[in-house]
Design a protein around this ligand. Sequence first.
Ligand SMILES: [Zn+2]
Length: 170
Amino acid sequence: MSDPSATTQADAAAPSPAVSGPNGGTVPGEGRTPARKIVLGVLIVLLVVAIALLIAFFATARHWFALHTGILHGGPDQYYNFWSGFGSDLGEATLISAVGIGVYTGVRKVNCHTKGCWRIGHHVLEGTPYILCRHHHPGVPTSGASHEHILEQHRKYKEAKEAREARGLS
Ligand SMILES: [Zn+2]
């Protein structure tokens, strides 16, 4: 990055259409980098190995699971300790998961469409399907405005609209 010739090369290449996607903009889903694919591949291999080990040592794993969830010992029947111990938390875990998934889905639906932005998206970007927060929308000021300033902008808009209508009628 500190190499000056590289910077000038990048500057020269920037306006060329080859840099942008087929629609003249960046394409959603292009963020899947090779590094991410490698991580995904490693995770899949680990999962397969874990399943293979589980199948190979199934009896041991089953005993371990039964022992540590409290099925093996004590109580009036075989499953008493499971349901009064580990199993009694299953309902709570389900509830917490459901609420978590609901909140996540809601946030994903209302938040800004910019990748990685968690602000609430209020502003539609005209001509695109995207809804953006005021930080990422080019037409929305990021700092607060006085009431006079807002009224002034509204007056200008009305004047321009009336002028357009007058031109259309004549
Ligand atoms: Zn945003």
